[in-house]
Design a protein around this ligand. Structure first.
Ligand SMILES: [Zn+2]
Length: 116
């Protein structure tokens, strides 16, 4: 049995469900992750369902523009991101935005995104 989590932005417009056992998360030191404070878990797109908010998000892209760093246009919270190209089948979940997860129980892995 795989865990099911629900999550979303702060105001509730963006809501999603993800099927994944999340034990390890990535804390990246790149210019954006630092500022947004992301704790990321990467899951296949097939395990991710957007329940609401498809048209309530703004897309932010920088650098090589392979990742859509989506955020809610109303509350500004970035609860997940999607990829393109080689990363089209991956969704990056901001684990901080999951309703039911114990952040202190997660293993946080430092990722040196700054050097990529
Ligand atoms: Zn919102």
């Amino acid at each position: 049995m795989t865990d099911k989590h629900k999550g979303g932005c702060h105001c509730g417009r963006v809501r999603y469900e993800v099927e994944a056992d999340i034990e390890e998360v990535n804390a990246c030191n790149c210019s954006l992750c630092r500022k947004r404070g992301y704790l990321l878990a990467f899951v296949p797109r097939s395990q991710f369902t957007l329940l609401s908010g498809e048209n309530d998000q703004t897309d932010y892209q920088f650098n090589k523009k392979v990742v859509h760093h989506l955020f809610c246009s109303t509350c500004g919270v970035s609860s997940f991101g999607t990829g393109s190209g080689d990363f089209a089948e991956t969704v990056a979940i901001n684990v901080r935005c999951l309703d039911d997860i114990d952040l202190d129980a997660l293993t946080v892995k430092a990722v040196d995104g700054k050097s990529l």
